[in-house]
Every structure is written in structure tokens, then in C-alpha cells.
Design a protein around this ligand. Structure first.
Ligand SMILES: NC(=O)c1ccc[n+]([C@@H]2O[C@H](COP(=O)([O-])OP(=O)(O)OC[C@H]3O[C@@H](n4cnc5c(N)ncnc54)[C@H](O)[C@@H]3O)[C@@H](O)[C@H]2O)c1
Length: 263
């Protein structure tokens, strides 16, 4: 049996999800129904994948196709505007714009909608790694969470820097205001740990890739994870790993694999 997959946002991540359905990486999807507020973005993608992709003009139209799962790969505003309606319509929701979930009121509304309709909200690990272990460690009690983001100086407008320079060090809530591009990584880590992270942003001439290091101290272990990312082919601001993480999550939710490895 195949299901319908809903997609909000046909940008870098959305396009890669469509490609993954088209080439069979994500199985059990019969068709995709997509909404992008810039209609051409969807139409351009549909030209490449006419058999599986249908573009619609509103969320209402998207939901009328009864998708099993809807992937939000658009923006925080999209989560605010459409999240509850997707869940109320009985579809599970995969959220890429995780930063939206730092808004407690919105998060609560989504939780209530999911409870009422028996649906789930999924947040892929995204451009980082190790949230499985962070969640496990949480069961023992987490005492400290730190995220260190290192970028090549050029990416931060600091060409010619010779030594690493700490640009920011402080609580996650302030870090996302100062460095909004980091918001999804910070939010996913905070949600998994249940403890506000301390965030450091460093311009470092010794790194060539956007690098995230996570350090979590708990009663069970000290976790230290380092991810060095390459940009996605279609959007230099989005790590390729983030799209792949969404694809892998969809493979897990939609089935097609008999042995599931990893928490
Ligand atoms: N979780 C992670 O690790 C992670 C990593 C990278 C990006 N992201 C987030 O995922 C989202 C998508 O990233 P991307 O690189 O594909 O972005 P993108 O800019 O390439 O594509 C986003 C698309 O969504 C559309 N869109 C925006 N707001 C919309 C709305 N309200 N309704 C309908 N369509 C809308 C845009 O027109 C665009 O085509 C962003 O919010 C980004 O911050 C998350």
C-alpha cells in the first residue's frame, strides 16, 4: 500500500525529499502533493517529476488529498500558520523549521492538536548528530549542554582572521536572536536535552566546513559529538545532512525497512 505525502516548501530540502521519493530511497509513497507560497518553485519541481508531484494552491487543498504525513520544509511562519491544521486533519507532521518549537505557546498548541487527533510531530536530527544519545542520557539526568559552532571566518564576514575568535557565548535563547541561522540546531538540541544549552559561536580559520560540536554531561556519560557539514547542492545556507536527515526519518516513518537501527 502506498500513501500520499504532503510537502510544504519546495526549496532545498523539499526538492531533495521529492527526489528521494522519485528514485525509490523513500518507499511506499504513491504521490506527493506540495504547496509553496511561490507557486513557480513547485511547478519547476513538478516539471522534473510529473508522475509523482502535484502542486496545489493552499494548505486546504493539500489536506483535501488526505496525506498520511506532511513535511514542513518552509519556514517558522509556516509551522505557526499550518502546523495545527495538519495535525487536526489526521496527518503526522515532520518539522524542519524546528526553531518554531522554541515558542512554548505554539509547541503546546501542537501537542494538544496531536493528542486530540492521535497524530505525531517528528523533528529530524537535522544538521547535527547524537540526539538519540542525548535523549537516552536525559533519562539519567543531564547536568550540562553545550553547543560550539565553528565557521570559516569568510562565512562570518571576517576574511583574513589568523586566530579563532569567539563571537558569542551565552544561553541558547539569546544565541538564536543573535544568530538566527543557527536556530534549528539549537532548538533540536534543547528539545532533546530538556535543558537550555550554552552556545558558543566561533570564527575559526582552521575549519573549512560549518562545524557543530555538542557536549552533554549526564549521570550516565559525557557525550561529545562533532559534525563537519558540507552545504546542500541547491542552498549554500542549508547543510546537506539536514535534507538527508529528513529523508532518513521519512524512510523510518513510512516503512520499507525491517530492521531499524538507532534509537
Ligand atoms: N532542522 C535543521 O537542521 C534544518 C537545517 C536547514 C534548514 N532548516 C530549515 O528548514 C526550512 C527549509 O529550508 P530550505 O533550505 O529548504 O529553505 P529554502 O529557502 O530553500 O526553501 C523554502 C521554501 O519554502 C517556501 N515557503 C516559505 N514560507 C512558506 C509558507 N509560509 N508557506 C508556503 N511556502 C513557504 C519558500 O517559498 C521556499 O520555496 C527553513 O525554515 C530552514 O531554516 C532546518
Amino acid at each position: 500500500v502506498t500513501v500520499t505525502l504532503g510537502l510544504i516548501g519546495c526549496g532545498a530540502i523539499g526538492s531533495e525529499v521529492v527526489k528521494a521519493v522519485a528514485n525509490g530511497t523513500i518507499r511506499n509513497v504513491g504521490r506527493i502533493v506540495a504547496y509553496d507560497m511561490v507557486r513557480e518553485k513547485c511547478l519547476r519541481l513538478a516539471e522534473e517529476h510529473p508522475q509523482i508531484l502535484e502542486c496545489v494552491d493552499s494548505l486546504r487543498e493539500l489536506l483535501s488529498r488526505k496525506p498520511r504525513v506532511v513535511v514542513e520544509a518552509a519556514s517558522q511562519e509556516a509551522v505557526k500558520e499550518y502546523g495545527e491544521r495538519v495535525l487536526e486533519a489526521g496527518a503526522d507532521l515532520v518539522i524542519l523549521s524546528v526553531g518554531a518549537l522554541l515558542d512554548n505557546e505554539l509547541r503546546e498548541r501542537l501537542v494538544e492538536a496531536a493528542k486530540a487527533s492521535g497524530t505525531k510531530v517528528y523533528v529530524p536530527t537535522g544538521a547535527i548528530a547524537g540526539l538519540d544519545a542525548v535523549r537516552a542520557a536525559r533519562l539519567s539526568g543531564i547536568t550540562r549542554v553545550e553547543l560550539i559552532t565553528k565557521k570559516p571566518p569568510k562565512a562570518l564576514g571576517l576574511e583574513g582572521l589568523k586566530e579563532p575568535k569567539v563571537l558569542f557565548e551565552g544561553p541558547a535563547s539569546e544565541a538564536v536572536r543573535r544568530y538566527p541561522r543557527n536556530v534549528n540546531v539549537v532548538a533540536a538540541l534543547t528539545l532533546a536535552a530538556g535543558v537550555e544549552a550554552t552556545v558558543k559561536v566561533v570564527a575559526d580559520p582552521s575549519v573549512e566546513r560549518n562545524t557543530h560540536e555538542i557536549i552533554v554531561e549526564s549521570r550516565a556519560s559525557r557525550i561529545r559529538v562533532r559534525v563537519e557539514n558540507l552545504p546542500s547542492p541547491s542552498n549554500p545556507r542549508t547543510s546537506h545532512l539536514a535534507s538527508l536527515s529528513a529523508i532518513e526519518l521519512l524512510r523510518k516513518i513510512l516503512g520499507g525497512e525491517e530492521v531499524l537501527v538507532g534509537t
